[in-house]
Structure formats: structure tokens, C-alpha cells
Design a protein around this ligand. Structure first.
Ligand SMILES: [Zn+2]
Length: 384
């Protein structure tokens, strides 16, 4: 399985300049490529092939006086920027033809120097290396100091260098890892992801967001409000923006740590993990601050999925059509929709009093078991 391993980088001022040049060149090549395709389309000409585009915006461009500086950065960085563009076009057409599931993918857009995230990718062809002194050697940039928080399980096939909105640098390595199945266990769990709790488990456990995260999120909301009151283009606005970016970065880090710990625990203790495939787009139409949550949910379920695969566990998403919060988990009677403020209800058929979220988690577990039983041809025994 391919995994990403991310580490903080500490480039020197000179290396930062070189990275800024690389980000800039990659952006120019990406934008030139996009413009060439757009122009061809507007002129009714055929789609510019990947090879033709590379010739046009890299090889030929380097010979022109306005683009000679493209030679100052690793050629791989430029090729990878075009590879991103090509992938964006492929995703777009796959989405249009229905081959790609999920939300519709839009046509690629121009990159800006003002984008909060800047990135360049080096593949093995670029001969990046980890030096004897444990630094990351990047062509035309230098040996950059890395904060290694853990080891790499194998030789990385590529590294993406990222500068985030808070001005921090990261190296994201792509490594191939072997599956590492854990001894089998009997536990199974259904997980309801929600707004009042981060997650509620079918065994009744409720997991809240850690207090530190809630505090940071409050601070983020306040900082965002302050930013919105600042005048466009003012020095105070720039300062407020940097502050928002810093808090954002800290919130994202804390959330990721929390998701890592919880997903590892759940995958280790259970042979099968089921979650509801959330209707995040639907939630977006409500007044709930969904942006704070949906990113966290997506990240968490993605972690569950890859960890389950890696450790030999079952992971499944339960379809949205299951009315998990309307069905009694004891007698399966459907009791109709309930507004979000109804936290507890009594089943009209069997009289069981349900906690809304725990009942949903139990139904997710039941639906997951049923799917698994069908898939396995009846080898999984049904249980209460
Ligand atoms: Zn009932």
C-alpha cells in the first residue's frame, strides 16, 4: 500500500529562496500549460497531448528569453507540475463521463502566488536523497534539515515539499508499505460520526473532541471574525490573516493527532469497523458549522480505511439510504424522521428508550454485519 509520511522541514534562508523559485517555476509551467490547452480549445483545435505540452511549456519555453529562468530549478519539478495538470484534466473527463464517482470535478484553475499552499514534487528521477547526516538533499536547493518524528519503512518513491499558509515547510514522502496483519479478534464496531460528539460507538462509548481542540476551534472562529472586520489591503489585515493561518495549522495538527490515535485504537481492537457514509453535502445546507467537521470526518474515515487494510481488518461504509437514526436497533421498527434536537426517544413498538447516537451506531453495526454476511455467503454469525 502506498502511504504518505510527512515531516517538518527547516530550510535555511537561502534554501527558502531556492524553494520559492521552485514553487514559482512550477506554478508558471502549470499555468502556461493550462493556458495552452484553453487557447487550443477556444480556437477549436484538438486537445494538446501531454508530450506536446511538455515540449511547448518546458523544453521550448526554456529557450525563450522570458522563460530562461526555468532552467534554474530541477527539471523534474517542472515535469511534475505538468503531471498535476494532466491528472486534473483526466479527473475532469472521468468525472464528466461518470467513470469517476463522487462529487463532480471541475476543470483545473490557474495557480496563484497568493495560494496558501505552495508545493513542488521531486521523484526518484530528480535524485533526491537522504544524506548520511539525515538531511533531505534536494536538487538545486541543498541539504535541508528534517525533523524525523519516525522512520520511513522503505525507500520513498517521491517527495513533495510543501509550504503551508502558516509559512511552515513539510516534506511528504510517498512510500510503499507491506500489509502487516494483526492477530484476528472478534470485536466489531459501528461508528456514528456526529456534531455533538466526534464519534459514538455501538458499545455506547461517546468520544468528544479533546478540549484542546475545542478551545483552538473557538480561538480560530474569533480570529476569523476579527479578520473579516479588517480593511482589504491593510497591514492589520495581513497580520490578522497570518494569525488565522497559524491557528488553522495548529487546529489541523491537533485534529490529525486525535484522528490518528482513535483510528489506531479502533482498528487494533476490532476485526470489523463500520461507519456511516455521511451526507456532508446535505449537512452543508443546514446552518451547522459543517466546514469545521467535514474535513475531520473525511480524514478520520480515510485513516480507518487504510489502517484496516494494512492490519488485515474489515472496513466498510454504510450507505446513506439506511435510516440509522429512525430505526429502533432493538426491534427494527422505523419510527420516522427526528429533528436533530431530539437526543433521546422511546420506540413506539417495543418501548426501548434510545440515545439517538448510540442507536444510530448500533444500526450502523447491524447494517455492516448484514453487508458482510451477504458478501461472505453467510459465514458470519448474526448476533444480537
Ligand atoms: Zn423497538
Amino acid at each position: 500500500m502506498r502511504l504518505r509520511y510527512q515531516f517538518r522541514l527547516y530550510p535555511t534562508p537561502g534554501q527558502r529562496d531556492a524553494l520559492a523559485r521552485a514553487f514559482g517555476c512550477a506554478r508558471v509551467v502549470f499555468n502556461d500549460g493550462l493556458r495552452a490547452r484553453q487557447d487550443a480549445r477556444a480556437a477549436g483545435l484538438p486537445y494538446v497531448s501531454d508530450a506536446a505540452l511538455s515540449r511547448l511549456v518546458i523544453t521550448e519555453a526554456k529557450k525563450s528569453p522570458e522563460r530562461t529562468w526555468l532552467g534554474e530549478v530541477s527539471a523534474v519539478v517542472l515535469q511534475q507540475a505538468l503531471a498535476d495538470l494532466n491528472a486534473a484534466y483526466r479527473n475532469f473527463s472521468a468525472s464528466m463521463s461518470g467513470k469517476r464517482k463522487g462529487r463532480k470535478v471541475a476543470l483545473p484553475r490557474f495557480r496563484s502566488r497568493k495560494d496558501s499552499r505552495q508545493a513542488v514534487r521531486f521523484t526518484r528521477n530528480a535524485r533526491f536523497a537522504i544524506t548520511a547526516g539525515r538531511k533531505l538533499r534536494l536538487p538545486k536547493i541543498g541539504d535541508v534539515k528534517v525533523m524525523w518524528s519516525r522512520g520511513l519503512p522503505s525507500e520513498p518513491s517521491s517527495v513533495t515539499v510543501i509550504r503551508d499558509a502558516a509559512g511552515r515547510y513539510f516534506a511528504s514522502f510517498v512510500v510503499e508499505t507491506a500489509d502487516d496483519p494483526l492477530p484476528e479478534t472478534t470485536g466489531e464496531v459501528g461508528i456514528d460520526l456526529g456534531l455533538t460528539h466526534f464519534a459514538v460507538l455501538s458499545d455506547g462509548t461517546k468520544i468528544t473532541n479533546p478540549r484542546i481542540l475545542r478551545r483552538a476551534e473557538r480561538r480560530l472562529r474569533r480570529a476569523q471574525k476579527a479578520l473579516s472586520r479588517k480593511q482589504t489591503g491593510s497591514a492589520n489585515r495581513a497580520k490578522a490573516k497570518a494569525r488565522v493561518a497559524r491557528i488553522h495549522a495548529r487546529v489541523a495538527d491537533t485534529r490529525r493527532d486525535h484522528a490518528h490515535k482513535l483510528s489506531t485504537l479502533l482498528v487494533r481492537d476490532n476485526q470489523a469497523v463500520y461507519v456511516e457514509d455521511l451526507n456532508v453535502t446535505g449537512l452543508g445546507r443546514t446552518r451547522l458549522a459543517k466546514s469545521v467537521y467535514d474535513a475531520g470526518w473525511a480524514q478520520f474515515t480515510a485513516m480507518l480505511e487504510y489502517k484496516a487494510q494494512r492490519y488485515g481488518r474489515t472496513f466498510a461504509r454504510i450507505g446513506r439510504f439506511e435510516p440509522t437514526s429512525q430505526t429502533c436497533s432493538t426491534c427494527r421498527v422505523k419510527d420516522g424522521p427526528k429533528p436533530l434536537n431530539v437526543r433521546e426517544w422511546a420506540c413506539p413498538a417495543c418501548g426501548t428508550v434510545h440515545d439517538r447516537d448510540i442507536n444510530a451506531a448500533k444500526n450502523i453495526l447491524a447494517a455492516g454485519r448484514a453487508d458482510r454476511r451477504n458478501a461472505c455467503g453467510g459465514t458470519v454469525s448474526p448476533s444480537a
